[in-house]
Design a protein around this ligand. Structure first.
Ligand SMILES: *Cc1c(COP(=O)(O)O)cnc(C)c1O
Length: 377
């Protein structure tokens, strides 16, 4: 298989796998137990918390572990909206967020919050002037993702943070596609809440984290024990948390892979464009993460293309990974005002640590052959 779906999830890094096996076989005591076996488990969790805190330049006590990106987004958005309702009921976001943000904010809208959407144009550009005009005395929360998971464009988080800096408005960013790939600190970007997930960076599935700046008023969503400073009740995912920490340590070791993956992505696009000139690479000339490519294929059946790619062993994704299986038009491309054909006929290829030049060459050849065949149908 040629796996070009690294934005949906990544294979486990071998060093992470060793860590998972070690923890799962040797440590089983409850980290909340006061006996020494429990304290050993506690130590493992706190070590991961330190690694993650250091990676974004915050204090360890500002990191809460969760079951993944979706839960981190839910806790960040619902938790702060409900805790700050006395200050106002207005939330600002974009239409291109991951579905775990879109649907969470839809829920808040259904219980009485007002929501405004910042416009994103077809080049993935956010209009910061209109954003500022959307702000009102009622605004309590702004949620804008750092890197989009379908197109890969990078949003102006630093500029938004600068605008919000001397206000009481809470700033949340979904950093799940950028964490471990782009270096930043939460202080440089003036972020109050930042969502992370392990399985997009060669860690295990089902574990994530949320940075919560100290002093941010936030409610818990789960009720139970006092784990994670009562913000996330339930016995911690010890193995997952250890694997998450290891995955972050690995991103430091593998820092120079970013350039290599960017070259794979760029080569893929250049070769494909030379063989099929009518395709369009979305946001090709906008600020973009190095590992992702979203391509519009005009005048063919996109379902047949994806099906045939799968038969040839190439894994990629149409629109949002969450809606693949049934191919839905992309809500991201729609929100960016792209024509209907683009929202339906685009495919995301996402590259990662374990991809090779040879895979890119083979994939380009296979894609153009299938494309030519489908074009004749
Ligand atoms: C994958 C993803 C999520 C969801 O994370 P899970 O850990 O799968 O719940 C949220 N936001 C973005 C941008 C993502 O890419």
């Amino acid at each position: 298989m040629i796996y070009f779906d690294n934005a949906a999830t990544t294979p486990i890094d071998p060093a992470v796998l060793i860590k998972l096996k070690e923890i799962e076989s040797e440590f089983y005591a409850n980290p909340s137990s006061i006996h020494s076996a429990g304290q050993k488990s506690r130590f493992i969790i706190e070590k991961s918390r330190d690694i993650i805190a250091e990676s974004i330049g915050c204090f360890s006590k500002e990191i809460i572990f969760s079951s993944g990106g979706t839960e981190s987004n839910n806790l960040a958005i619902i938790g702060t909206a409900l805790a700050n309702r006395d200050k106002g009921n207005h939330i600002i976001t974009t239409g291109v967020e991951h579905i775990s943000v879109i649907n969470t904010i839809k829920y808040l809208s259904s219980i009485g919050f007002n929501v405004s959407y910042i416009d994103v144009d077809k080049n993935g550009k956010i209009d910061l002037d209109t954003f500022q005009k959307l702000m009102s005395k009622e605004t309590i929360l702004v949620s804008v993702m750092m890197v989009n998971n379908e197109i890969g464009n990078i949003f102006p988080i630093q500029e938004i943070g600068e605008i919000l800096k001397n206000t009481e408005v809470i700033f949340h960013t979904d950093a799940i596609q950028s964490y471990g790939k782009i270096d930043f600190t939460v202080n440089d970007l003036n972020i109050d809440l930042l969502s992370m997930s392990a399985h997009k960076i060669y860690g295990p599935k089902g574990v994530g984290a949320l940075f919560i700046r100290s002093g941010t008023k936030i409610n818990n969503l789960f009720f139970g024990g006092s784990q994670e400073r009562t913000l996330r009740a339930g016995t911690e995912n010890l193995t997952g948390i250890a694997g998450f920490g290891k995955a972050i340590e690995q991103t430091v070791v593998t820092k120079n892979e970013r350039e290599r993956i960017k070259i794979l992505r760029d080569t893929f696009e250049e070769k494909l464009l030379s063989l099929i000139p009518e395709i369009i690479v979305h946001c090709r000339h906008s600020p973009r993460i190095f590992n992702l490519s979203n391509i519009y294929f005009p005048d063919i059946s996109i379902d047949s293309l994806i099906l045939n790619l799968d038969l040839e062993g190439i894994a990629c994704s149409s629109g949002s990974a969450c809606s693949s299986g049934s191919i839905n038009p992309s809500h991201v491309l729609s929100a960016m005002h792209l024509p209907k054909e683009h929202t339906e006929n685009s495919i995301r290829f996402s590259f990662g640590r374990f991809n090779t030049n040879d895979e890119v060459d083979r994939a380009v050849k296979i894609i153009s052959e299938i494309h030519n065949r489908l074009k004749k149908e």
